[in-house]
Design a protein around this ligand. Structure first.
Ligand code: ZN
Length: 191
């Protein structure tokens, strides 16, 4: 029996998070060995919102109120992570406070959270075209920028040589008119 068939049998052919019965697919709860014990059957709505956190609709995730009590460990772990992602809403934090995970499951759940944090650190810095910028690159400005604290405008087309990357992938540092500035990477184009 394939993992998918096993999950369909386990879930009764329903999304194991929200109960939807359409557009179901296997989702590995990372770090996962790909087995049914470490995978969850989820619907397209849950999946797309998990893959793009900017589309999270807190109301959809009221379902976690039920799924967090699932007898399936992988579902508990995924519910925990989603509650964690939504905790700023208030009610998910209340549910997290009520939730009890065995030590192994807690470690598994937190491993996934740590992975997400790592991803944040390694996000590339990108210019206006989505080209990855590297330390020491030269870029040009694609629009006029008023430079805070000075009386000059950095003109569109100005070449900024030998940029430095910053901790924030949205920002670079570079020298314009002899002044070291923090610049918005999305207003730059790799030269
Ligand atoms: Zn769902």
């Amino acid at each position: 029996m394939s993992v998918e068939q096993a999950l369909i049998a386990r879930s009764g052919n329903k999304c194991e998070l929200c109960g939807a019965e359409h557009d179901l697919s296997v989702f590995e709860v990372t770090p996962s060995d790909g087995s049914e014990e470490q995978s969850v059957l989820i619907c397209g709505t849950c999946k797309s919102q998990m893959e793009d956190p900017s589309t999270l609709d807190a109301n959809h995730w009221r379902c976690l109120n039920d799924s967090m009590w699932s007898p399936t460990l992988a579902v508990q772990v995924l519910s925990y992570r989603m509650l964690h992602a939504l905790r700023a809403e208030g009610w998910p934090q209340d549910l997290l406070d009520m939730m009890y995970l065995e030590d192994d499951a807690k470690a598994w759940a937190d491993a996934g959270l740590a992975e997400e944090d790592d991803d944040d650190d390694t996000l590339p810095t990108k210019d206006s075209n989505g080209t990855v910028l590297n330390e020491g690159d030269d870029v040009t400005l694609i629009k006029d920028l008023d430079v805070k604290g000075t009386n000059f405008t950095a003109k569109r087309g100005t070449l900024v040589k030998n940029i430095h990357l910053t901790d924030n992938p949205l920002h670079i540092e570079g020298r314009v008119n002899g002044t070291q500035l923090v610049l918005v990477a999305a207003f730059m184009k790799k030269a």
